[in-house]
Design a protein around this ligand. Structure first.
Ligand code: ADP
Ligand code: MG
Length: 469
């Protein structure tokens, strides 16, 4: 059966991918429509899920049929901690689509919680991802409060003052990981509690469907059964009045019954626009904790952990180089590590400084291609609230000169433009003006932490822009 699958997959992907990612797979068993395959590592599994899930799905569809399921078993290094082989089910394809949830390495479970509700024999799905645990969530100054509050909530759900617990922070800083870790821990310690993780997007879609199907009551009732409600990215509630209203009711009901609520958002409650005041004030009832960019040491620890999970060792100079080069957020950091591991595995080379540099460079080049002067100036003008004309013009007022210098600095860092061309974008100034600006900004960043922070934040608007190659 697995050979049949391989034959199908072989036709769909390059020889190289096939040799790298499919040849090492060992079929283990086939039972109850479920095929179990063994993969060499966690990384391998994540890679398959991310890049080849539709190839696998197609092969399963064509061999076992639509009901076919796939289960992975991951080989674990000896001496590693308890994890049982992680098994993961590939759900049946939905009609006309077999793509996975963007941004997640995991297939979106095809079932909605509503379908489960009527099937009492089935365990209620929490939609928690097993790999997001506290254990894997590296602690640093950047997340200490949130992590500690999360632990407290996980130990006594509903019984601490942290209700709701609201975690906020920029993209890729670990919000989803942390709130999922809380859920996983609660499920571990309190197996009888019904923990439910839901993205705000999904919540909204379910609500809209409920309106369409005249089943709002069923929708609300379903949520009222939850003991621990984890709702991710609540900023997406903004402007959705009806959804907010229903959420407000569910929130109140759960809160009054001592149920735990955990929220995440990409910004602080006070900065959430388009949200009803009464809902905002609820968000602030418990504890709000922010996640910040990890510092150098934390970045080192995160990289180490990630590599260690895959049994890979690298020299400290490579580690240091990576931690220095990628300062934006953890997701970027992981992205680079994954590319690096893929590179190493494809070329069968060791991960050394050379490979790290070339991989990073190619990623940065990729991104720089798309980075236009306009988009950079746009970020600066928005941040400092100056208009483009003024930014590019001759005005010597301090409040205009500094943003202008920062804009020049960013253009120099983020593009391959010669200094002369950068000057050209500012009313034809010459290259010495640009040099001066770059120096002024570098110095300001050194002496003033706020400046440094501001600029780092501006860089994060462009994915990997903290990278210096
Ligand atoms: P967000 O939801 O804030 O956008 P995620 O929770 O999706 O961010 O995190 C992005 C990636 O970074 C995830 O793979 C997550 O596991 C990882 N990550 C974030 N913070 C940490 C941390 N402190 N330790 C280990 N991994 C982390
Ligand atoms: Mg998230």
């Amino acid at each position: 059966l697995w050979n049949q699958c391989l034959n199908i997959i072989k036709n769909d992907i390059t020889e190289q991918s096939f040799a790298t990612w499919f040849a090492p797979i060992v079929p283990l068993k086939f039972q109850n429509n479920t095929l179990t395959i063994q993969v060499p590592s966690q990384f391998f599994y994540e890679w398959l899920e991310e890049k080849h899930v539709s190839d696998l799905r197609k092969a399963i569809d064509l061999t076992i049929g639509r009901q076919g399921m796939l289960e992975y078993s991951i080989v674990i290094d000896k001496g590693d901690r308890k994890n049982p082989p992680i098994t993961f089910n590939l759900p049946p394809t939905k009609q006309g689509q077999n793509s996975t949830d963007k941004g997640s390495n995991f297939p979106n479970p095809a079932k909605s919680p509503f379908e489960l509700k009527n099937l009492d024999s089935l365990e209620l799905d929490s939609y928690l991802i097993p790999k997001y645990t506290f254990d894997k969530f590296i602690e640093g100054d950047c997340n200490r409060l949130g992590r500690a509050a999360g632990m407290a909530v996980a130990n006594k759900p509903g019984l601490t003052a942290f209700n709701p617990l609201m975690i906020y922070g920029g993209v890729g800083l670990g919000k989803t990981h942390l709130i999922q870790a809380i859920g996983n821990q609660i499920k571990d310690s309190f197996p009888d509690k019904f923990v439910l993780y839901v993205s705000t997007e999904k919540f909204t879609n379910q609500f809209v469907n409920a309106i369409r199907n005249n089943s709002i009551e069923a929708f609300t009732n379903f949520y009222l059964q939850v003991d621990v409600l984890i709702i991710d990215d609540v900023q997406f509630l903004s402007g959705k009045e009806k959804t907010q209203e229903t959420f407000f009711n569910i929130f109140n009901h759960l809160h009054q019954s001592g149920k735990q609520i955990i929220l995440s958002s990409d910004r602080a409650p006070r900065d959430l626009a388009g949200m009803e005041d009464r809902l905002l004030s609820r968000f602030k009832w418990g504890l709000t904790a922010d996640l910040q960019q990890p510092d150098f040491e934390t970045r080192i620890a995160i990289i180490q952990k990630k590599l260690q999970e895959d049994g890979i060792q690298i020299d400290f100079d490579v580690l240091e180089y990576l931690a220095h080069s990628i300062q934006t957020n953890v997701r970027e950091l992981e992205g680079v590590i994954i590319s690096l591991m893929a590179q190493a595995s494809l070329t069968r080379k060791e991960i050394d400084l050379e490979l790290a540099k070339s991989t990073l460079k190619s990623i940065v080049n990729e991104q720089e291609k798309e980075l236009s002067v306009e988009s950079i100036l746009d970020v600066v003008t928005n941040h400092f609230d100056v208009d483009l004309e003024t930014l590019r013009g001759k005005c010597r007022k301090k409040e205009n000169v500094f943003p202008r210098q920062i804009a020049m600095y960013m253009l120099k860092e983020l593009t391959n433009l010669p200094l002369k061309s950068i000057g050209y974008h500012f009313g034809g100034r010459d290259h010495s003006t640009v040099i001066h600006a770059v120096q002024a900004v570098s110095e300001a960043m050194e002496i003033d932490q706020n400046v440094e922070k501001t600029i780092r934040n501006l860089f994060t608007r462009f994915n990997l822009k903290g990278v210096q190659s």
